[in-house]
Ligand binder design. Structure first.
Ligand code: CP3
Length: 341
């Protein structure tokens, strides 16, 4: 059967495919029941049956074109022995790496450590309806390095930005190591049956401009080169979150097949300035899904569809759904997109 999402990355389609970033998470009540079955969040991500269950969960509620494998970008730092924990109310906590001091773990067997992702995907491949695209993903090396150096989220990632120049060689070694592991994690998912691969660079807006090409674009291009050299042909969606004007260079030089746009991006500007040969994905503000104001939501959805009607496009939010977002609003958006054309 035809997969609308896959087709829309290749060519302009009459219908618009849609899915939502963080569609499997905490805005759905059953999510908490599934999560309770594991001792902690890492164990949850390593349990193939719970991963299958949570990946399929949003499809119980919504008519979507894609399912994203339930996992986390921090599974690579976990495999690199960074002692990743998810603390309630605080987010992820890692054993921070000290630039120039902490030894970079180079002997990780990603295929072995993350084998449960392979097992979950194999099951999903059989279970999912054939029109649904299965999405595999990884974090971009820059964003992973941010968490690994800082040891947690941060408003400015100052330790990572300092390491860029104060521990240049060490930092480059970390990024080069991550390039290999990210490519392997994506390869694992592609071989297990992922139809599309996505690379999240959630902190790309922290890269100082003079370093954007080296640490925001080149690692992604290198990962794609590694995948293609292994004959992995699945399309790649890149998400350089809030990269602003650097989106232009990213769209031409990263070699992604589709660029995910955050909610701050003016789609008319993107249309004029970004590489017109690649697909766009995005960019509804997820906060519009919290509100009770249906007309604002309708206006926002229509405006996106109208602007994107003559190009390769996947409808999505411009960042993940938050726990406050309402199921009724998500359903409303789906109806609007389905009834457009
Ligand atoms: O629905 C889906 O998209 C499923 C899978 C998914 C998760 N994380 C599950 C998750 C995906 C694609 C991610 C990616 C991810 N993880 C990113 C990139 C996307 C983005 O949001 O920018 C980042 C930066 C992370 C790191 C991460 N994981 C953080 C900062 C947090 C804590 C903050 C938060 O949102 O709670 C997580 C935990 C996490 N990952 C949860 C889920 C459902 C919440 C865990 C829980 O408390 O149950």
């Amino acid at each position: 059967m035809n997969k609308l999402l896959l087709n829309s990355i290749k060519d302009i389609q009459k219908k618009t495919p849609l899915w939502f970033l963080r569609q499997s998470g905490r805005h759905i009540p059953e999510y908490f029941e599934i999560r309770q079955k594991a001792k902690n969040f890492i164990e949850f991500c390593l349990n193939k049956d719970l991963v299958v269950e949570s990946t399929k969960l949003p499809l119980k509620y919504y008519d979507l074109d894609a399912a994203i494998i339930f996992s986390d970008i921090l599974m690579i730092p976990w495999a690199m022995n960074r002692d990743v924990k998810f603390v309630k109310g605080e987010g992820p906590i890692l054993n921070p790496m000290v630039p120039n001091v902490t030894k970079i773990e180079k002997k990780v067997d990603i295929f072995q450590s993350l084998k449960s992702i392979n097992d979950a995907m194999t099951i999903l491949k059989k279970d999912l309806p054939s029109h649904i695209s299965l999405i595999g993903f990884a974090g971009a090396p820059w964003t992973l390095s941010c968490y690994m150096i800082e040891g947690k989220g941060s408003k400015d990632f100052i330790k990572t930005r300092t390491a860029l120049w104060e521990a240049k060689k060490w930092f480059k070694e970390l990024i080069d190591t991550l390039i290999v592991y990210v490519a392997q994690k994506l390869e694992l998912q592609a071989r297990a049956g992922a139809d599309v691969l996505m690379i999240f660079d959630s902190w790309s807006h922290m890269i100082p401009y003079p370093h954007f090409q080296e640490f925001g674009i080149k690692p992604v291009a290198k990962i794609i080169e590694l995948l293609r050299s292994k004959n992995i042909q699945q399309p790649i969606i890149g998400f350089p979150f809030k990269a602003g004007t650097s989106l232009v260079q990213y769209s031409y030089e990263s070699n992604v097949d589709c660029i995910a746009l955050d909610w701050t991006v003016d789609l008319d500007w993107a249309q004029k300035n970004l590489n017109s040969s690649i697909a766009f994905q995005g960019n509804l503000d997820p906060s519009s899904l919290i509100s009770e104001n249906d007309s604002y939501l309708e206006e926002s959805v229509k405006s996106i569809l109208e602007k994107m009607k003559n190009r390769k496009f996947i409808f999505n939010v411009g960042h993940g759904l938050t726990p406050e977002c309402k199921i009724k609003n998500v359903k409303n958006v789906i109806n609007m997109v389905r009834n457009y054309n």
